[in-house]
Write a protein that binds this ligand. Structure first.
Ligand code: ZN
Length: 641
């Protein structure tokens, strides 16, 4: 809170040659809690440097997965076997491994069901682990619903790996299963979306040790990078798309489809791999009997999702992007959707292409081979190389697809902890989406709505942006819109585009394929912009400070044909920002000034002196409404004669 702690009114007698007394009112408005004091951030060390870059001894764990999964569509049942190679790159010896078992969110003993009564998937038997071995030796585990604790047979020393083999089953959740879901609204067959569906080690890191928060569903996921080999066995009539490149097209595609896919890899135009007409024809699937196994492979991704359906039409194009070394590479951009949404999905592959190109150019080259958008029950959710999107119409389809594809930079590339810091992916992504949307639509209509921000703040601003999402009621405001708007404010009003962009891109480069924490972001933005931003991140991200700038009075006098004005400005609430001033004069001239934030370093009042060609008639603070000023009634003053 800001309070006026000192109010000195002193009478100073000045006896000048004119022998008159002048009374000077001297009022001092001091800060009690100083917004300019350094933030309370973790002490830099060899893992995380004071610059905000990864330290010279940065480490992270690795989990490589080989999974074989079969979907029984009649029984709606999943059977799988999995080998996880877990590598301990930490300097610590581990005696246990924590597993995430996210689909147990539907089980009656999960935090989510005990909290809310039901997920809509009642009597869910959960994930049954039928076999567990560590380096080939049977092992036991402790079952805590969405978490499992595996005691290791022998301690896992630094630089050692352990092979964790699991056989497991679970019933496919037939409600919209919180990111994973089943959609049977289509004539040619249901769409099955698999996400957060397989047991995988929690992250062990330098900040929290094991990141073993339960999966409640509001926070998304924080996982290890690893290589994935996944074999998906589904009915022959299905098309499967996944977080990986297809390894065996000759087994699962017709000759024509293989040729079309080859063509799409070098084509700027959209190529139909399987047309809507062909969906109904058995000739659009390879001849033969029985289920088919689709094999996928990807290196360095943080999870693996896939979608499968008999109803998918499949379209693809590709886009050339420049890698960091300047070489060119084409990325396959694809869409899968049923005929029922044809009227607005026929542009979806091109939409993916826009987003892959835009973010590759503005942030970091997209590092993987392909990206697919899939129509299913999930409204919008991101995974590596694959996004789920529902879309009501063409515009919402683009807006959501662009957002979900943007997530392949935050957090699929820059692997932040979504369970603790949702803003580090949603907020950064919302911010970059503004510019991608403006580029796609070619106008300025996608700026953040500052008046909506002001209207929301009393309702929803009760917690700070940097609050774990499981504890937030208004994730939309605090994880998405407020940080997205805050970063736009930082770029356009505080740092300027050049300084901001250099720092922001460097943050992505430094933390690509690594896991930053908020302090690494704050420090990198300061380190690379050359500006103290502690007051900014403290007030807007870490605390719930508010901004109210005002203009109090204008005193002016004419001297030597010029007008000398002294404008008194006030900072009413506890947050601070630079001040944008617009001064209108009687002769019609308009004068703009940008005062740095440090005008508030000593006092909540600031007197700005300015020499003008004519008498001041109006002074406006923040004339464009760019700042999150909560009371604009004191932002303008008209000066009488
Ligand atoms: Zn998102």
């Amino acid at each position: 809170m800001l309070k006026i702690t000192t109010c000195i009114i002193s009478m100073v007698c000045t006896i000048g040659c004119q022998k008159k007394q002048k009374i000077v009112e001297q009022v001092s408005y001091m800060y009690e809690g100083d917004v300019f004091m350094p933030m309370d951030l973790p002490t830099p060390n060899s893992v995380r440097a004071g610059s905000g870059a990864p330290g010279h001894a940065y480490w992270q764990q690795r989990a490589d997965h080989d999974i074989k999964v079969t979907l029984d569509t009649d029984k709606q049942y999943v059977t799988a076997s999995e080998v996880i190679t877990y590598t301990n790159n930490s300097p610590d010896t581990l005696r246990d491994v924590w597993l995430q078992l996210e689909q147990n969110i539907h089980r009656e003993d999960s935090v989510r069901v005990r909290e809310s009564g039901s997920t809509g998937q009642d009597d869910f038997e959960g994930i049954k682990i039928t076999n567990l071995e560590l380096d080939g030796v049977p092992a036991h585990w402790h079952d805590y619903a969405t978490l499992g604790l595996i005691p290791l047979h022998t301690p896992l020393e630094p630089n050692q790996s352990v092979s964790i083999s699991l056989d497991w089953t679970f019933p496919f959740p037939t409600v919209n299963g919180i990111r994973m879901g089943y959609d049977d609204a289509y004539d040619a067959g249901a769409v099955w979306e698999f996400a957060q569906w397989f047991p995988t080690p929690c992250v062990y890191d330098d900040m929290y040790g094991w990141n073993n928060l339960p999966y409640i569903g509001r926070g998304e996921f924080y996982t290890n990078f690893g290589d994935y080999n996944v074999e998906v066995t589904v009915p022959r009539e299905h098309i499967v798309v996944a977080s990986g490149a297809l390894q065996n097209p000759e087994d699962v595609l017709t000759k024509t489809q293989q040729e079309r896919l080859e063509e799409a890899m070098t084509s700027d135009d959209v190529v139909a791999i399987r047309t809507l007409k062909e969906v109904a024809s058995s000739e659009s699937r390879p001849e033969g009997e029985g289920m088919l196994t689709w094999k996928f492979k990807t290196v360095d991704i943080r999870t693996f999702a896939f979608a499968t359906s008999a109803s998918f039409a499949w379209e693809a194009t590709s886009v050339a992007i420049k890698d960091l070394d300047g070489s060119e590479r084409r990325v396959l951009c694809m869409a899968c959707y049923p005929k029922e949404v044809e009227s607005y999905w026929d542009d979806a592959a091109s939409m993916v292409k826009h987003s892959i190109r835009y973010y590759s150019e503005s942030l970091y080259p997209y590092p993987w081979e392909q990206m697919t958008v899939v129509r299913g029950i999930e409204g919008g959710m991101e995974y590596p190389l694959l996004v789920f999107c529902r879309g009501r119409d063409e515009q919402s389809l683009f807006n959501v697809t662009d957002h979900e594809v943007g997530h392949d930079w935050f957090p699929m590339l820059v692997n932040s902890d979504e369970r603790r810091h949702a803003w580090m992916d949603e907020g950064l992504n919302t911010f970059v989406n503004y510019y991608s949307l403006e580029s796609y639509y070619g106008n300025q209509e996608h700026r953040p709505d500052v008046s909506a921000y002001r209207a929301e703040r009393y309702k929803n601003d009760l917690k700070a942006i940097n609050t774990p999402p499981d504890l937030l009621r208004s994730r939309g405001h605090l994880s998405y819109r407020k940080p997205g708007y805050g970063l736009r404010l930082l770029r356009e009003e505080i740092l300027g585009q050049e300084r901001f962009d250099i720092a922001f891109k460097e943050y992505v480069r430094r933390w690509a394929f690594k896991s930053p924490r908020p302090s690494d972001f704050y420090r990198t933005m300061e380190d690379m912009s050359g500006m103290d931003l502690q007051w900014f991140f403290k007030g807007f991200f870490e605390e719930t400070m508010q901004l109210d700038q005002g203009v109090v009075e204008v005193v002016q006098e004419q001297s030597d044909g010029k007008w000398e004005a002294e404008i008194t400005l006030e900072n009413v609430e506890d947050w601070v920002c630079p001040v944008k001033l617009e001064i209108q004069c009687e002769d019609g001239s308009v004068h703009k000034r940008n005062l740095p934030v440090t005008v508030w370093a000593w006092s909540t009042r600031h007197k700005h002196k300015i020499s003008l060609p004519s008498r001041v008639t109006t002074v406006t603070v923040d004339p464009e409404g760019a700042f999150p000023d909560i009371d604009r009634s004191n932002n303008i003053i008209h000066v009488g004669m």
